[in-house]
Design a protein around this ligand. Structure first.
Ligand SMILES: [Zn+2]
Ligand SMILES: [Zn+2]
Length: 312
């Protein structure tokens, strides 16, 4: 059976091709993450001279030299005053990534995301702050050591601009409606009082995950301490489950948020398991080989669903 699904509120479509349905193990091997030696790694402790000077460092305790380190990208996409391009080294550890983080490490990472966003959002010339992570070569990470990037730009990105214009025509926030609709649904992966992580009804890639706060906040700076703690646990746990279920896949995650303008913050995690091929490029319509409900079944750890899915 083939099903055409429309995006929650945009004129975008995906085709659910369940005839070609894939199981998590079908994606094994479609990845390349080449471990480099930590001796030559510019993001490892002791090699700080291989990067531009730091813009900020963060510590989990006083004895540590640093646990997170930020600096301008050596090859910035934009330079001041037009824009800023910062690298956030997520951890001093060469081989660990957020999926492996302790509660404290993940909390610090989310705190740093909020603070770095705020630092650049305050600048007069900046219209948008893009915060994103590339993990694995297929997701665009040129350096193995786990890191996040921030690019502050003087223009509003067209994708978000289109979304804003559609939202302005509505009499309600579509993300608040999504939370209402998806909470408790078969697409939920993890949910608590503050946040909802789910496989969206309309997805562009297998195992796509959205993480949306249940309250209507424009950006990370509006999070209270409960929301911050909850986000750090949920983001870490979703990444951990993706790593387990899909055997450490390459992925991107990114934050959609505005500076001082009414919007509903949301986070997208996109495992890089498929490529945009001719049909996608030609039509902008995505063919989805894993139904979001099945992806949620695997990622929410639903043992029963998993059993029935794997057994023919
Ligand atoms: Zn390293
Ligand atoms: Zn909202």
């Amino acid at each position: 059976m083939v099903e055409i699904r429309r995006h929650y509120f945009l004129k975008r479509y995906c085709i659910l091709a369940s005839m070609r349905a894939k199981r998590p193990q079908d994606f094994a091997g479609e990845r390349e993450r080449i471990r480099t030696s930590s001796k030559d790694c510019p993001f490892c402790m002791g090699n700080e001279n291989m990067t531009p000077p730091e813009t900020a460092v963060y510590r989990l305790n006083k004895e540590h030299e640093w646990d997170l380190r930020c600096f301008e990208n050596l090859y910035p996409a934009l330079s001041p005053p037009d824009g800023y391009h910062e690298v956030i080294v997520d951890t001093a550890s060469h081989d660990r990534s957020p999926a492996d983080f302790t509660d404290e490490e993940m909390h610090l990472l989310v705190d740093v995301y909020r603070e770095r966003f705020d630092t650049y959002a305050r600048k007069d010339t900046i219209a948008y702050v893009s915060l994103f992570k590339n993990y694995g070569k297929a997701a665009g990470a040129s350096i193995y050591h786990s890191h996040t990037q921030l690019i502050a730009v003087p223009i509003m990105p067209p994708e978000l601009d289109t979304e804003r214009n559609v939202i302005k025509q509505l009499d309600h926030c579509p993300y608040c409606s999504i939370v209402e609709k998806e909470s408790g649904s078969s697409r939920v992966i993890i949910e608590d009082r503050e946040w909802l992580a789910f496989a969206p009804f309309y997805s562009e890639t297998p195992f796509e995950v959205w993480i949306v706060p249940k309250s209507h906040i424009n950006n990370l700076t509006y999070m209270d301490s409960k929301q911050t703690t909850s986000l750090s646990m949920i983001l870490r746990d979703v990444l951990k489950r993706l790593k387990t279920v899909l055997d450490d896949p390459p992925y991107n995650y990114h934050f959609l948020q505005t500076i001082g303008e009414n919007y509903h913050l949301n986070i997208r995690i996109l495992p890089r398991l498929s490529i945009k091929a001719g049909f996608e490029l030609n039509t902008g319509i995505y063919i989805l080989t894993v139904p979001p409900e099945d992806a949620a079944g695997f990622l929410s750890g639903g043992a029963k669903d998993r059993q029935s899915y794997i057994s023919p």
